[in-house]
Design a protein around this ligand. Structure first.
Ligand code: AMP
Ligand code: MN
Ligand code: MN
Ligand code: MN
Length: 276
């Protein structure tokens, strides 16, 4: 069975619509796909409807990727199997979306101060759903101010760079509570991406587990073997289950849905009780 538990659509900073994403999952023979847009569940129902009226059926897992703060770090927490109609949860995501709007204004101000002519319209014309720094990067590339996405982050948008703004995200433990109260399971997204020592990573896993978090992503096609071994070790130390996702944003030579995501047998999968 092909399982991919981390993906994005145009409801956040992905380039495929919910329907197009499901279509791609079908082409790639993905059986189970979690859609995890940043601070949004807007794609879920659309994707489910589409999946059910086309073949082969892809089992769509309702998800989201919540941006949180923890000790000065920005930590992404996935919520899997959340009830996408839970009113309280939707209100909570709306508060995160407001933080995103405010941050967008602040980023624009900083860009303009740095002499970069970008307007809110430029960004909004690219964003169908929530605004992410990915959209800013795209605008900077489209305007040929940066040559590629990565450069937009190293020069302007990344932590500590010219147009970086510290956002007022929800605290990490609160985000875990939100997810649980919406009936979901919380998973630490891409722990190997945080610019963090192993000591801090262990602290993160401990705090996350104490808050009721259940899983950690320990598989990704580009994850080096030694890093994966360490991630699994930390997950096991804190009784966390393993998760696997491509973090698919758009079709490219390097990223694909459902590819090379098998979990090592040393860790129990987050989906063990899903009845798949
Ligand atoms: P946001 O949630 O708005 O802070 O934006 C985070 C998104 O920006 C991530 O999900 C990626 O899509 C993208 N991103 C963050 N850092 C980088 C980076 N260094 N290079 C390329 N894309 C990045
Ligand atoms: Mn993204
Ligand atoms: Mn992320
Ligand atoms: Mn993601």
């Amino acid at each position: 069975m092909k399982i991919d538990l981390h993906s994005h659509t145009t409801c956040s900073d992905g380039s495929l619509s919910p329907q197009q994403l499901v279509m791609r999952a079908q082409q790639m023979q993905v059986d189970v796909l979690a859609i995890t847009d940043h601070d949004s569940v807007a794609a879920i129902q659309i994707a489910r409807d589409y999946s059910q009226q086309s073949a082969p059926v892809v089992n769509i897992i309702s998800g989201t990727e919540i941006s949180t703060r923890w000790h000065g770090f920005e930590i992404h927490i996935l919520g899997l199997n959340v009830n996408e109609n839970d009113e309280m949860f939707l209100n909570r995501l709306a508060s995160q979306q407001q933080v995103r709007e405010q941050r967008a204004h602040d980023i624009l101000e900083k860009l303009n101060k740095a002499g970069v002519a970008v307007t809110l319209d430029d960004v909004q014309s690219l964003a169908d759903g929530v605004i992410s720094r990915g959209h800013f990067a795209q605008v900077l590339v489209n305007k040929r101010i940066c040559s590629h996405h990565q450069q937009a982050f190293t020069q302007y948008l990344g932590k500590g760079k010219k147009a970086y703004v510290t956002p007022k995200w929800v605290g990490m433990a609160d985000a875990v509570a939100w997810i649980k109260e919406a009936g979901g399971q919380a998973v630490i997204a891409h722990p190997y991406h945080y610019d963090m020592t192993t000591k801090w990573l262990r602290r993160l896993a401990a705090d996350f587990s104490a808050a009721g978090g259940e899983g950690m992503e320990v598989q990704h096609p580009n994850l080096a073997k030694d890093k994966q071994t360490l991630m699994i070790e930390i997950a096991l130390e804190h009784d966390l289950l393993g998760s696997a996702g491509s973090d698919f944003h758009s079709p490219s030579r390097w990223t694909e849905l459902g590819r090379r995501l098998e979990l090592p047998v040393s860790i129990e999968p987050i989906w063990r009780d899903w009845g798949l």
